[in-house]
Design a protein around this ligand. Structure first.
Ligand SMILES: *Cc1c(COP(=O)(O)O)cnc(C)c1O
Length: 388
């Protein structure tokens, strides 16, 4: 029973897109094919093998993310970093030049500085549209950005990035992990490739490491040719977990969005808080850019205390929100970027990047927002008493 894939709304696609319809049993869920050996030739005369990125459960989640991101196809990886490294290694040669946004995910920065440079790829960093344009050289091949970025939630104009890429024949790449396909679809804005750490919102339950690259067939085919050699695939069981997680993506993201807006407003009005960084607030420097390319503003925000001494005491008084790295799960997590994600930068580098010691990052979960605000309120008042 093969049913045609029709373009539908995001909630419908989260649930249905890509499902493997099991003709024998009529089961509602995709069966899990754990085999690493498949009889040759199988029904489609394709040699299935997990490291060839072509097994049934890999295809299920690739069809789902491709439908949600409005791409032609996708590849599923064992982590976001496997997706990022494979995409970049597939498209860059020694002597090539690539331009990266300066406030990227730390693991991506580390991959660029420790691996790409060693392989003879030249790189430039930039924060704005003007920086990216000024950095271009005849041998530039890739322009790579993240929007919203971590931890200040800065947003770059993705239509402008796509235009620059078309004018100079570059591969444009957007890490869409923070936004999710529910809030933002870079491919429809003209971007060539979208990256996801599916470890975060797509799986959404903080229990699987996975990644995706999505885009046009030509882009993905080139990545697939390298992926087979690097071997960073996702196994069938993990694919099935990611598929289940993604079925509730649209529903979860609606709640993440709504909770984050409410918490951003609560924080913006709080007397202990000096600044809130959330692209949904009109006070955010990139609010207009975000509003022009996002349907919702996501579940990530950061804020700064007037007095950075309040951080430690408030974190110890939280009863619900957990101090932890990572993000995008159903549970709310909080961390201090200057001590965790951006610890390896020098204080001067952090100051230059706008990441002050009083900055706190919050991954807003899908709990009842009254409980989350109550938790913050209680922790803040306890901290005020303790430091008085
Ligand atoms: C976590 C993350 C990654 C890396 O993903 P892993 O699954 O941990 O390898 C890449 N980009 C962003 C924006 C992330 O948050």
């Amino acid at each position: 029973m093969k049913r045609p894939e029709i373009a539908r709304g995001f909630s419908t696609q989260s649930v249905h897109a890509g499902t493997y319809h099991d003709a024998e049993t009529g089961g509602a869920c995709s069966p899990v094919f754990t085999s690493t050996a498949f009889a040759f030739p199988n029904a489609s005369a394709e040699n299935f093998y997990p490291r060839y990125f072509n097994t049934p459960n890999q295809k299920v989640i690739c069809r789902k993310i491709a439908a949600l991101e409005r791409g032609e196809c996708a590849l599923a990886f064992g982590s976001g970093m496997a997706a990022i490294s494979t995409l970049l290694l597939a498209h860059l040669q020694p002597g090539d030049h690539a331009v990266f946004q300066s406030d990227l995910y730390g693991g991506t920065v580390q991959f660029v500085t420790r691996e790409l440079l060693r392989l003879g790829v030249e790189v430039s960093w930039g924060a704005t549209q003007e920086d990216f344009a000024a950095a271009l050289r005849p041998e530039t091949r890739v322009l790579y950005v993240e929007s919203p970025s971590n931890p200040l939630l800065r947003c770059v104009d993705l239509r402008a990035v796509a235009k620059l890429g078309r004018q100079h024949r570059l591969l444009t790449v957007v890490d869409n992990t923070f936004a999710t396909p529910i809030n933002q679809n870079p491919l429809t804005l003209g971007i060539d490739a979208v990256i996801h750490s599916a470890t975060k919102y797509l799986n959404g339950h903080s229990d699987v490491n996975a990644g995706f690259v999505a885009g046009a067939e030509a882009v993905i085919q080139r990545v697939a040719a390298t992926a087979v050699n690097l071997g960073g695939m996702l196994d069938a069981q993990a694919c099935a977990q990611v598929e289940r997680g993604m079925k509730t993506l649209a529903l979860r993201v609606e709640r993440h969005n709504a909770n984050a807006v409410a918490i951003a407003r609560f924080l913006a009005e709080h007397r202990l808080v000096r600044q809130v960084n959330y692209p949904g607030l009109s006070s955010h420097p990139d609010h207009e850019t975000a509003a022009a390319q996002m349907r919702g503003f996501g579940g990530m925000l950061s804020f700064e205390f007037h007095d950075s001494r309040l951080i430690d005491v408030s974190l110890t008084h939280l009863r619900l929100i957990m101090p932890a790295l990572s993000l995008g799960g159903v549970e709310s997590l909080i961390c201090v970027p200057s001590r965790t994600t951006h610890r390896t930068l020098t204080p001067a580098q952090r100051e230059g990047a706008g990441i002050r010691d009083g900055l706190v990052r919050l991954s807003v979960g899908i709990e009842d927002v009254e409980d989350l605000i109550g938790d913050l309120d209680h922790a803040f008042s306890s901290a005020t008493k303790a430091t008085r």
